[in-house]
Design a protein around this ligand. Structure first.
Ligand code: NAP
Length: 275
């Protein structure tokens, strides 16, 4: 199965469907990542703060899939925004992953609450890392337009933000479009806690209409509105299910139905309040 690719503003191509590994312990991440690679995922989303980069790297090495066929993203944590800390952080990330470069490196949060403007300095470091070939592309995560406005130099290739049907971020996605920044959706299933988007009656209704599962319906919605999407599962059957979303399409009416479910239902952190 070929996953569509999105061309980022720096020309780097990213598989539109990836595999996230938040909240999977280092010693438990190898098997699910191996399963994901066996199923066909070629894009893995990790972060220094997840504490599982070594396990991800082990799975990548054991998989037999050539490194250059796997798109690997990691993220700079909030207390590493200053220049020397950022340098040490990417070196540790590369060492743990066992690779000589990343495909994408993100500033995980602007972290203005605890660290003020330090994210602006971090962006200078990321541009330097890209210039040195330590990462092919650079972007941000959990940035609002006011944070994007403060960055000098290169425009981030993408902004990884919480997006799911009940929190669809239409305004921020439109702002990304205007700026040439791709949208990558975290917690794409809206399933961090109840009420889960997987249980929304409209999602269940479209699942019944299409023969897809509720998770597949939501993943198709992301793909069809242009998001890059990185669902996480440690359950082998769900890893397969979340990948089996190609060769079928939601109708325009079904996409619009899901796009109309926004309730401002943020499930994770708010960059203006947390961190
Ligand atoms: N940049 C950021 O600040 C940030 C924040 C959060 C997440 N992320 C990234 O985004 C990725 C995805 O977000 P997420 O992990 O919060 O949430 P998610 O992918 O939306 O949902 C994961 C949850 O849904 C369950 N699930 C997965 N597939 C399912 C299916 N087909 N049917 C029913 N349940 C299913 C998983 O259970 P099991 O695992 O038990 O199967 C898990 O409990 C993360 O892993 C991480 O890489 C980034």
């Amino acid at each position: 199965m070929t996953v569509p690719q999105i061309t980022l503003n720096d020309g780097v191509r990213i598989p539109q469907l990836g595999y996230g590994v938040w909240r999977v312990k280092d010693d438990q991440v190898v098997a699910p990542v191996l399963k994901a690679l066996e199923v066909g995922y070629r894009h893995i989303d990790t972060a220094a703060v997840y504490g599982n980069e070594a396990g991800v790297g082990k799975a990548v090495a054991e998989s037999g899939v050539p490194r250059d066929e796997i798109f690997i993203t990691s993220k700079l944590w909030n207390d590493k925004h200053h220049k020397d800390d950022a340098r040490q952080a990417i070196e540790e990330t590369l060492t743990k992953l066992g690779v000589d470069h990343l495909d994408l490196y993100l500033i995980h949060w602007p972290a203005v609450v605890k660290h003020g403007d330090a994210y602006i300095e971090a962006w200078d470091s990321l541009q330097q890392f890209k210039a040195e070939g330590l990462t092919r592309s650079i972007g941000v995560s959990n940035f609002n337009p006011e944070h994007l406005d403060r960055l000098d130099g290169t425009t981030p290739s993408l902004n990884q933000i919480e997006v799911h049907p009940s929190f669809n971020r239409a305004d921020l996605r439109a702002e990304h479009e205007r700026r040439g920044i791709a949208t990558e959706a975290w917690s794409p299933l809206g399933n961090q806690h109840a009420p889960s988007d997987l249980d929304l009656p409209e999602v269940v209704q479209v699942a019944e209409q299409t023969g897809l599962s509720p998770a597949q319906v939501i993943i198709r919605w992301h793909l069809q509105i242009g998001n890059i999407v990185i669902p996480k599962s440690v359950t082998p059957s769900r890893i397969e299910e979340n990948f089996a979303v190609f060769g079928t399409e939601l109708s325009t009416e079904q996409v619009d139905l899901l796009s109309g479910l926004d309730k401002g239902n943020r499930q994770g952190g708010n960059p203006l309040v947390d961190h």
